[in-house]
Design a protein around this ligand. Structure first.
Ligand SMILES: NC(=O)c1ccc[n+]([C@@H]2O[C@H](COP(=O)([O-])OP(=O)(O)OC[C@H]3O[C@@H](n4cnc5c(N)ncnc54)[C@H](O)[C@@H]3O)[C@@H](O)[C@H]2O)c1
Length: 261
């Protein structure tokens, strides 16, 4: 007697961009916990193989290289993934970059890079994945940031790019609902990754001890500790599951309550 318990992502294949980085690895771990199979994507030369072997998912994990700003490289990568796995059910748009400095010192190259990776990359990757989803549709989760809601000093381009991701999430959700593609976003606060370390280093101006202090100062205030990559991942895994069909076009803040909207 009793019902058969199936983990929420059993039988699904999820692609994760920026998967060699800190939050990407935590998302992969959470998807594995939810019994999903996955494809880890990142730039050529990134630590993708190391991320895959650290995860220990065996045959449930495949890797592919792609630059999210380049539609041709994405099309090739998603083609390879579907050839290997036979299906694609979900996408986590996690690749991202930050350029730090006062707004009046930002160069055109800084702004172009942030917009290219954080905004254009999200749309191009969503297009490439959506083309490979089956007739049953799929789910997409974009990794925005609470910076897209609040805005932080010395991150004007990043703040703007993440606000754009929040609205792009709404647009895709509305346009693709008819194809049964559910699109949501999450907005994490401080997660201790290389990206957050680059922010601490910038504020500390090259002083290693002060940089450590700044890492400590960037913990979500109400939580009193950094958010773990896998904690972001567990919210993402939920949003990829069928249980989240009633949540559409939302950008859910994950910062322990500092930004209560
Ligand atoms: N760390 C935080 O506190 C925090 C908070 C909120 C949101 N985020 C967001 O979470 C996501 C992951 O950040 P992280 O902290 O893990 O950073 P990270 O620097 O550890 O990882 C980012 C990954 O993106 C990859 N990437 C960069 N440009 C790419 C491109 N053109 N094509 C493909 N891959 C590319 C990098 O190679 C890297 O592996 C980013 O979108 C970031 O903006 C981070």
């Amino acid at each position: 007697m009793g019902t058969t318990h199936r983990e929420p992502l059993a039988g699904r294949v999820i692609a994760i961009t920026g998967a060699a980085g800190g939050i990407g690895r935590g998302i992969a771990q959470a998807i594995l916990e939810a019994d999903g199979d996955m494809a880890l994507l990142d730039l050529p030369g990134s630590r993708l193989d190391e991320a895959a072997s650290a995860l220990g998912g065996g045959a449930r994990v495949t890797t592919a290289t792609a630059d999210v700003t380049d539609a041709a490289s994405l099309d090739r990568a998603f083609g390879e993934i579907v050839e290997r796995t036979g299906r694609l059910d979900g996408l986590v748009n996690n690749a991202g970059v930050v350029r730090l400095g006062p707004a009046d010192a930002m160069t055109a190259a800084d702004i172009d890079l942030e917009m290219a990776v954080n905004v254009k990359g999200v749309l191009l990757t969503a297009q490439a994945a959506a083309r490979r989803f089956g007739a049953h549709g799929g789910a997409i989760v974009n990794i925005a940031s609470n910076a897209g809601k609040v805005g932080y000093p010395n991150m004007a381009g990043y703040n703007a790019s993440k606000a754009a991701v929040i609205n792009l999430t709404r647009s895709l959700s509305l346009e693709w609902a008819a194809r049964n593609i559910n699109v949501n976003a999450v907005c994490p606060g401080g997660v201790a990754t290389d990206m957050l370390k680059s922010v601490a280093d910038f504020i500390a101006g090259g002083d290693a001890e002060k940089s450590e202090e700044m890492m400590g100062a960037m913990v979500p205030q109400q939580l009193g500790r950094h958010i773990l990559p896998v904690e972001v991942g567990r919210v993402v895994a939920f949003l990829l599951s069928d249980a989240a069909q009633i949540i559409r076009g939302q950008s859910i803040t994950i910062d322990g309550g500092d930004t209560p909207y």
